[in-house]
Design a protein around this ligand. Structure first.
Ligand code: 2P0
Length: 316
């Protein structure tokens, strides 16, 4: 199966249940094209084996993948999983989102269900990595946090297909180093220690509603504004955690000032950053080249990403 990563426009940061991986807040994302995870599962192998980008996975990654397969089927046979990413892993480019979306779909197909219920699959993918529940779908996707104790209503849902509104996320890659603190540990640190955490949670649903409204009315300025607001509230929570979570590098700040300078000159473009130093810029397709030029002096590489489609099963 193949899945694309997604970038949150209104952010997920914080959990209300660690066991089922239920979020404290709803979120809104755009699935991107170009970057992809491609995963093959053999259902019934000699022994359990996980290979990532051509190399046997370390113990931690192997345990995470096998625990995920156990959730799909506690009686499963030994399985072989082989997965490739076309982009940097673990560097704030949403690699766990595409990874667990592709794994959920590939494992279901390998088990014999080639047309699984996507909503049930989204709930499964969420347990591998929260943001993965959004990568089953293309275009704009909303993940409502849900209310049920079993988490069956905490799933991604498609909002607008990829072909409808031609936007770009221009990604400036500041560093491809793996992050020092992963998202799960970071979220728990923020919940336990940031004095801003409760305010963040209390405002998140209104931000998601504003984002959904902006997508529904194709209002890029409104979407950009709420995306930047959500981004900086999330990073304020991160940075006021104890010890602070500072995912930015100096080049991150230089790049975001460059985008704001461009906007002051009349180019409509808005910034977002996730749990890593990369800067991602939301703009109309016609403005992506100018945004890329503004980012280039500050970053290692620039990718102009369009909207990606849903996760899909490669015909065998
Ligand atoms: C997001 N992030 O909404 C937010 C913004 C990072 C910052 O979802 O612990 O890998 O596996 O559920 O999904 C990254 O966190 O976290 C993330 P887990 P995940 O995209």
């Amino acid at each position: 199966a193949v899945a694309h990563p997604n970038i949150a426009l209104v952010k997920y940061w914080g959990k209300r249940d660690l066991g089922l991986n239920l979020p404290a807040v709803s979120s809104l994302s755009m699935t991107v094209d170009t970057f992809e995870t491609r995963t093959a599962v053999t259902w019934g192998a000699d022994h359990d084996e996980v290979v990532l980008d051509g190399t046997p996975a370390d113990d931690r990654a192997t345990a995470r993948v096998l625990a995920f397969l156990d959730r799909l089927d506690a009686q499963r046979p030994p399985c072989r999983v082989e997965s490739h990413n076309t982009f940097p892993t673990g560097a704030g480019l949403a690699s766990s989102a595409s990874a667990f979306a592709a794994l959920a779909l590939a494992a279901s197909a390998a088990k014999g269900d080639r047309d699984p219920d996507r909503t049930a699959l989204s709930a499964l993918a969420r347990q591998g990595s929260g943001s993965a529940c959004r990568s089953l779908w293309g275009g704009f996707v909303v993940w409502r946090k849900g209310h049920r104790a079993d988490g069956t209503d905490s799933v991604g849902a498609p909002l607008l297909d990829a072909s409808v509104w031609d936007l770009r996320l221009v990604v400036g890659v500041v560093s491809t180093a793996k992050k020092a603190v992963g998202s799960t540990a970071g979220m728990e640190r923020s919940r336990a220690s940031s004095p801003l955490y409760d305010t963040w949670v209390s405002q998140a649903e209104a931000d998601v509603d504003a984002g959904v409204q902006a997508v529904s009315t194709r209002d890029l300025a409104a979407l950009g504004r709420v995306m930047e607001a959500s981004t900086f509230k999330m990073h304020a929570v991160m940075q006021t955690s104890d010890p602070p979570l500072m995912y930015w590098q100096p080049a991150t700040v230089a790049a975001l000032h460059a985008v704001w300078a461009l906007r002051a000159e009349g180019v409509p473009a808005w910034v977002t950053m996730d749990a890593g130093p990369q800067v991602k810029v939301l703009c109309a397709a016609e403005h992506a080249p100018a945004v890329a030029e503004a980012l280039r002096p500050h970053v290692q590489a620039v990718h102009q990403l369009g909207q990606g489609g849903p996760a899909w099963i490669v015909p065998s």
